[in-house]
Design a protein around this ligand. Structure first.
Ligand code: GAL
Length: 699
């Protein structure tokens, strides 16, 4: 008996380890994908939108274009459970079997973004209540609240049926939970109560909460958890610590709802079915990396919708090179694997202005997604809608249901090109060694972004832009970049940049220090270490906990007016800045790399560098207007560390994956690639035009 219990215990440990987030980051989800296929391509199809007599034709056309899989049932709850407890899977069975007939696998979705009207009418309180008291209603989507107990119950009941039906089905390759799930504020009574319960679990006593929220300020003190309400986010002077906790709460609500869905599916899913969700790469959204139950994350990307101006007067038709690059580098490190669930197939309908993408743009984006290491790319959607709120949105085929659009043909071309790469694939091939030697991590935490957003101090500050200045510089050096979290093993990286890392604690400072002492090279920038995890300043000199590490003290910070920028002098060039500058008092032995150029603090220190143990710490106390200063500082550092970097022109990115070199050009001019003469081009060549792609193998 004892032995049996022991064996059970050991197998429990083994099973749990295989699913644990941190232990198996590198290997666990890889088993879902055949490395030799490199990547697969899929498409959304909504059979419920079309006459059943057309389904077979549509599946045959998807196959003819080369798609490997199809994405089904995303918003189909009303068709799957038309009345409470009455499930109708026959129509979906038919679609799954047609996909199979035409040799395509299926991603099955949980349609929780669109509950049926009977559920809303039975429980109107499942819908979100806005801050002004307005309750959302049936007729759009994403109106239910993740805090509603009824909504969770009904969702899981429906998902259980779906999972019982399709979990054992080999034709289903994986599952998508919800659609673009995001934390949303809900002021309903149920949500208020869940917030109070969440706070009780976090703080145990009201005294601790009062301290963490600094409620002595303005008589905000609470006697009991029952007195607490969700903060009114539109009120300018709301308690910032309360808001920080509320953002954590709605993030947890999103994560726990998705994880409940995943656990329900996993009870029935065959071991080769994976579970994911399709996230919008909004880097302030804390839930993007938090799920413990999903196998890996995927993202959705729309590039051309009248914003993202790109390079030159037509740059808006291609978008900015950073959009896909940064999403790749943000999602991949979570599980060392990612996919893209929606990639824009052509013109969209929901921007303020909805231009046509440049011919070639869709193929460019597909290659760019691939370059980051993606295992698949899927697109929204096969047929252009002819009714509903998304009319005028392109699909892979036109409104006639059969004629491929330009984007559709670009998908076809990419699918054909990938077949060429599969033939050339060498499982033993290594990525270019100089590229790998440049690998750099950016340490990022969404809570810093939230906190600075509420506490900006100047309209000029934008956290994501600040991070992007470092990111863009790294990409122009041709660096592979991983966005990492605090629990990541820092020693995997020779260089780590932690831009504007505002919320810290002593264990993080210790981890940074140990990393540097053991030979790591850390770059910290302005606004780092100002506050504790409750978002409160230290009862000490400004950012005191990082002084020893950076080898400087901070005298004060300044925020000039946008009309009269100040300048920072680095390497004989004066760079304008307006958004943040800390005036440093360096210790003896700390090198001064940059100084302030104007005003009453002219000549004082702005940028420092120091050695500590076997490593180095660079502190950049200022955020330049255009990011050119950040690039030059990094250039100097990489040169000090003897790490050669490229100097890629604007809009040109180069990545390596599976031994293939891939270049994408978002610029308005043709470039010559800075790669050796003796490489063998599989796609394109050394000369790369606007929207061009080149792919090569070396040796
Ligand atoms: C996405 C969404 C899809 C569809 C698409 C239209 O954000 O996930 O369901 O609405 O936009 O471009």
């Amino acid at each position: 008996m004892r032995i049996k219990v022991f064996i059970l215990f050991i197998s429990y440990l083994i099973c749990n380890q295989s699913l644990s987030f941190s232990q198996t980051k590198a290997s666990y989800p890889q088993r879902f994908f055949d490395p030799g296929k490199l990547t697969e391509v899929g498409v959304y199809y909504y059979p419920e939108h079309w006459d059943e007599s057309q389904w077979e034709r549509d599946f045959a056309n998807m196959k003819a274009l080369g798609f490997d899989f199809v994405h089904l049932a995303e918003f189909a709850w009303a068709h799957l459970e038309p009345e409470e407890g009455i499930y109708t899977f026959e129509w979906l069975d038919k679609a799954v079997s047609l996909a199979d007939t035409y040799g395509m696998k299926v991603i099955m979705c949980t349609s929780t973004a669109t509950p049926p009207v009977w559920l809303l009418r039975k429980h109107p309180d499942i819908a979100i209540m806005k801050e002004n008291g307005m309750r959302l209603d049936h007729g759009a989507r994403q109106h239910p609240s993740f805090s509603s107990t009824f909504y969770r119950e009904y969702s899981l009941k429906m998902i259980e049926k779906l999972a019982q039906h399709y979990g054992p089905d080999k034709r289903i390759m994986g599952w998508q939970l919800d659609n673009e799930p995001r934390p949303a504020a809900d002021y309903s009574e149920v949500a208020q109560q869940r917030f109070r319960d969440w706070l009780k679990t976090r703080y145990k006593t009201i005294d601790k909460l009062n301290k963490a929220w600094g409620t002595a300020f303005w008589s905000q003190v609470y006697n009991d958890f029952s007195q607490i309400n969700i903060p009114q986010l539109s009120v300018r002077f709301m308690n910032p610590h309360q808001i920080l906790d509320y953002q954590r709460f709605i993030t947890d609500e999103t994560v726990s709802f998705l994880d409940d869905q995943a656990r329900t599916i996993r009870k029935y899913a065959s071991p080769d079915q994976w579970i994911t969700s399709n996230y919008i790469p909004e880097y302030g959204d804390g839930h993007l990396r938090a799920s413990k139950e999903q196998d890996f994350p995927t993202y959705t990307r729309y590039q051309v919708f009248g914003e993202n101006l790109g390079i030159g007067p037509r740059g808006y038709r291609l978008s900015h090179v950073e959009r896909i690059a940064m999403a790749n580098d943000f999602f991949r490190p979570v599980r060392n694997l990612y996919g893209v669930m929606e990639l824009q197939p052509g013109q969209v309908n929901w921007g303020q202005i909805n231009p046509q993408p440049l011919p070639g743009a869709v193929r460019l984006w597909l290659w760019h997604v691939f370059a980051g290491g993606s295992k698949f790319t899927c697109t929204y959607r096969f047929r252009a809608p002819i009714y509903g709120i998304e009319m005028y949105h392109y699909g892979i085929v036109d409104t006639d249901g059969i004629t491929p659009t330009r984007g559709g043909l670009e998908f076809k071309k990419f699918i054909e090109e990938i077949k060429l790469l599969r033939k050339a694939y060498n499982p033993k091939a290594k990525n270019n060694a100089a590229y790998e030697a440049r690998r750099t991590a950016i340490l990022y935490h969404h809570e810093n972004t939230w906190d600075m957003q509420r506490n900006k101090q100047t309209t000029q500050w934008n956290t994501i832009n600040h991070v992007s200045k470092y990111y863009d510089a790294l990409k122009s050096f041709g660096c592979p970049v991983d966005f990492i979290e605090e629990q990541t093993d820092f020693n995997n990286y020779k260089i780590i940049i932690a831009p504007a890392y505002q919320l810290i604690d002593s264990s993080l400072v210790k981890k940074w220090t140990a990393y540097v002492e053991q030979g790591g090279n850390l770059i910290l920038s302005c606004r780092t270490g100002h506050k504790n995890r409750n978002g409160q300043l230290w009862e000490a000199p400004f950012a005191a906990p990082i002084y020893e590490l950076i080898g400087s003290k901070i005298d004060f910070y300044d925020l000039p007016l946008p009309e009269t920028p100040n300048h920072v002098l680095f390497g004989n060039i004066a760079y304008p800045w307006t958004s943040w500058g800390e005036i440093l008092l360096p210790d003896n032995g700390t090198e001064i790399w940059g100084t302030y150029e104007d005003d009453f603090y002219k000549g004082s220190t702005a940028i420092t560098f120091r050695r500590l143990g076997k490593g180095t710490v660079t502190y950049v106390s200022v955020d330049s207007q255009e990011g050119k200063m950040e690039k030059e500082v990094l250039k100097k550092l990489y040169s000090r560390l003897s790490i050669p970097v490229l100097d890629l022109p604007d809009g040109l990115h180069i990545e390596y994956r599976d031994g293939f070199g891939i270049a994408v050009n978002y610029a308005d001019k043709t470039y010559t690639l800075p790669v050796p003469e003796n490489v063998k081009y599989l796609i394109g060549d050394k000369t790369i035009p606007t929207a061009g792609v080149s792919v090569w193998v070396e040796n």
